[in-house]
Design a protein around this ligand. Structure first.
Ligand SMILES: C[S@@+](CC[C@H](N)C(=O)[O-])C[C@H]1O[C@@H](n2cnc3c(N)ncnc32)[C@H](O)[C@@H]1O
Length: 348
């Protein structure tokens, strides 16, 4: 629990943000529109950004200049490229725009792929800034593991649990091709698209509830971005038990949840009302979780499951439920895009 107290959020702060930041909305969530078309930002703590750096290091100055020439021929890309001042964002942009303009040398050197899911296939991000895949999320996982002393380069078998159409796996597979990468998701069209377009990764459709068709202790690592932020607590606990079965003793699970930082995040963005923000923070303080089946009858891109909605979990609830079967190596409130909390768990 090295960083449990890194950035404590007081109840007064959360409620203050909720009061100040809100537009007048009703007490239900307003679902944010569509997949993101922006470069994600947020706090990555270790300053390593191992995945972006690893891929970028494969490029020579000649390759970089060739991508920069292509960017210069496109007004929209130029605007985004010149607006970015951060050195890391420049590396991300060269990689992602290089994939977008299909720069042959860059693709060959990095192993990144150009296929993009069509509009009717689920993905969390689209457009030029997402063309290489989830660079930000891949860095997030590598950095979270690095904070806990784990090097992704030493992982031999890994699962992206709830991988959608594989935006994160495609980046990790390019950066660490020696690892055996698997991804699963109940969204069958997303898995079908990923299997057909992202060779070298083992994708399979999974059920809403455990088990997965994998052997006991067959994984060194599983990660799950925005997955336990959606499970009703009972189902979430069953999936933690399943991860415990699948991950070998000493292996790791990286997962994100909504916590108090998310309450402040949604309130400030006007996506949840003051009343509901208070209801959620009260539930977190009093019993450790809040859950609503918010996807409605059509489900989440066709995934209909009453136990798949929106969940908020407190770190106290996580510790009480998970320990001693898991060791909590890292807890970083809001580390994922200043919204979701990131946990690194070690299977005991
Ligand atoms: C918010 S998206 C995140 C996708 C992916 N992790 C990413 O970051 O791009 C949530 C994903 O979880 C999937 N999902 C829904 N029910 C699930 C379940 N029972 N087990 C695993 N994944 C599930 C959804 O189909 C969707 O692809």
């Amino acid at each position: 629990m090295s960083s449990l107290v890194k950035r404590p959020l007081s109840r007064r702060l959360v409620e203050g943000v909720a009061r100040r930041g809100l537009r007048a909305v009703n007490s239900r969530m307003i679902v944010p529109p569509g997949p993101s078309r922006e470069l994600p930002t947020g706090r990555l703590l270790s300053e390593e950004h191992a995945v972006t750096r690893r891929l970028f290091a494969r490029l020579s100055n000649k390759h970089i200049a060739s991508v920069e020439r292509a960017i210069g021929n496109d007004a929209h890309l130029t605007l985004q490229y010149t607006a970015e001042q951060e050195p890391l964002a420049r590396e991300q942009l060269i990689l992602t725009f290089g994939a977008w303009v299909k720069d042959a040398a860059l693709l060959e050197r990095t192993g990144l792929r150009t296929a993009q899911p069509p509009e009717d296939v689920h993905t969390m991000a689209r457009g030029p800034l997402a063309a290489a895949g989830g660079l930000y999320e891949a860095d997030l996982i590598a950095d979270a593991l690095a904070s806990a002393g784990v090097d992704l380069a030493e992982v031999s078998s890994a699962l992206d649990f709830g991988c959608s159409s594989g935006r994160v796996l495609r980046v990790l597979h390019a950066a660490y091709p020696q690892t055996s990468w698997r991804g699963c998701d109940p969204n069958a069209p997303a898995i079908e698209w990923a299997s057909a377009n992202l060779p070298g990764i083992d994708f399979f459709a999974s059920a809403d509830a455990p088990p997965l068709a994998l052997e006991d202790a067959s994984l060194d690592l599983a990660y799950a971005i925005s997955i336990w932020s959606h499970f009703a607590p009972e189902l979430g606990l069953r999936w933690f038990a399943e991860m415990h079965r699948l991950i070998r003793p000493g292996g790791h699970l990286v997962c994100t949840t909504h916590g108090l930082t998310s309450v402040a995040h949604y309130a400030a963005a006007g996506l949840r009302s003051a009343d509901q923000s208070r209801e959620i923070s009260d539930a977190l303080y009093r019993r450790g979780w809040w859950y609503r089946a918010e996807f409605g009858r059509r489900g989440d891109w066709g995934v209909t499951n009453p136990d798949w909605g929106t969940a908020f979990l407190s770190p106290e609830w996580m510790l009480t439920q998970l320990c001693p079967r898991w060791r909590v190596l890292e807890f970083a409130p809001g580390r994922n895009q200043d919204n979701q909390d990131v946990y690194v768990l070690q299977r005991v």
